[in-house]
Design a protein around this ligand. Sequence first.
Ligand code: COA
Length: 374
Amino acid sequence: MRAPGSAAVLYRAVTMTEFKPGLEGVVAFETKIAEPDREGGALRYRGVDIEELVGHVPYEKVWGLLVDESLEPGMPDPEPYVLESPSGNAPSDLQSATARLSSEWKLGKLVDIDDDQARDDLARLSATMMSIVAQSARGADRPPVPDDVVEQGDTAAEKFLLRWRGEADPRHVKAIDTYWICTAEHGLNASTFTARVTASTGADCGAAMSAAVGALSGPLHGGAPARVLPMLDEVASTGDPAAYVRDLLDRRGRIMGFGHRVYRAEDPRSGILKRTAKELESPRFEVAEALEEAALAELQRRKPDYVIATNVEFYSAVVLDVADIPPDLTPAMFACSRVAGWAAHILEEKRTGRLVRPSARYVGPPARSLESVG
Ligand code: COA
């Protein structure tokens, strides 16, 4: 007869020996915030479809939905903060300045503070991180925009643009607000995982947020829209999207902005961003649509059994271009939107989590003497 609990022991033993490169398919946490709906191609924040949010509530209320499960009060206005010596590298400014806020604001460790305090720390940090990116984008050469000018803005997107440029074109505001809402949260991506792992150690919220920024700064996570625009430029110059696609695929290249690790249907964010690019009369819309059509047709012809659809990066690039966002600023723009998802996950980790400490399988040299190392 088996001892009680032996099935669980056996199950643990089996799963512990499995190795999944990139942790693909491994369930590391349970969450009530959001998780992409693989087959249906929908994205819901706390159960609400993002289609219902875009154009109806501004980003700062979506922050409230994700973090507090309530639109009110939402993300507050940033506190007065001057970014010293912007470096010209927005993700680096953001990561270091956010880490410094931990000590400047004397943030308590997550293990030592209650949930309300953690929520308030995350709210202050989120708003101020947006201000940091705007000041970094403005650069060291221009004086900061006075606070009373920034305060004339109604929404977070407007205030962001005012702080950056001293003015906020309504088309740019709509482009940024839509992009931020569409990319505010997306389940357990690399930066959110990083934020949760850091939070699980009981570190303070500034440490968890700045760690997430570091993970996002890699081109495989936050930098893809920058690679879409050169592709559109090339197609615009030849005027032959089908030939461009055929040539790229013949060389075994990848068409940026197509395919997704999670979705096996159209990425729901792509349709919203496409609609927005059209409404905002993007000068690149026509060429983007022609390239999309050619890419989908050719990918379908070559891979009839594998769904490769348009992903979020393709029309994100077009929408951010409407707002005159330079490609090298796109990772920092992504970080601005993702502060909501990170804050929600850090809080959830504090409430429900456990120190994250997975295992690695040792495949190095067997035990040996120091002399044998040479
Ligand atoms: N262009 C051309 N071929 C593509 C492709 C793309 N965008 N996406 C997938 N494929 C092909 C691969 O070449 C591969 O073909 P093969 O089996 O003949 O080698 C097959 O489809 C499966 O590719 P794989 O990378 O295993 O699929 P995946 O679903 O895990 O890939 C991505 C997801 C995002 C990595 C992939 O679609 C990609 O590289 N896209 C382009 C980059 C991009 O847009 N990144 C942003 C993602 S939000």
